[in-house]
Design a protein. Sequence first.
Length: 224
Amino acid sequence: MNTWHSRVTEAREGARLSKAEFARLVGVSGAAVTDWESGAIKSLSAEKLLAIARVTHKPPEWLLTGRDLEKTQKVPESLLPRTPSEEDYVLIPQYNVKGSCGNGHWNDHVEVKGELAFKRKWLKEYGITYEQAQVIYASGDSMSPTIEDHAVVLIDVSKTEPRNGKVFALLLDDEVRIKRLFKSTRGEWRLASDSSNKMLYPDEPVDLDHVGIIGQCVWQGGGL
């Protein structure tokens, strides 16, 4: 019968250990090992189970139940995540810049923090050249629910011409802002937040001659 008693014997013999060696390594008496393997002892403590697993290099689950979870739970290789290939993906630099979704954010030291992988096909569909793309962080909730606080935002720095109704990363008074631009029928521009709380985040008239447009925000977990 295939019981934990017989599996202890199988594990010990597979490890080429005598009962005396096995008992010494596990920390029990030789009599205890004999009782385990004969079935005289009906249960096995967790401490001893783990000790046997360590000594014989057998999974505790197998010793206890006879099931090899590594085999029964093995995921087909075709379903495992693949390392992004250069053919399919491109790495976009991720800067430590925070773009304020509020009243402005001062960035006194800018550096590349890392890189994010984007599908080349996706970038092409959105008309984004990867050499002209950057990733920054959003700070604040004035652009919620479109852009949430702490979200990573993909910027297309080739798109620096203002477009009505689009979201841009802007440099205003040496501070980075993330806002939606709107143009009135009289040709005047204003910065707008997507938040419904206009008392806290009112629209702001702006002279674009005094604003640096870093680029258009095109993604933060979905297209904008």
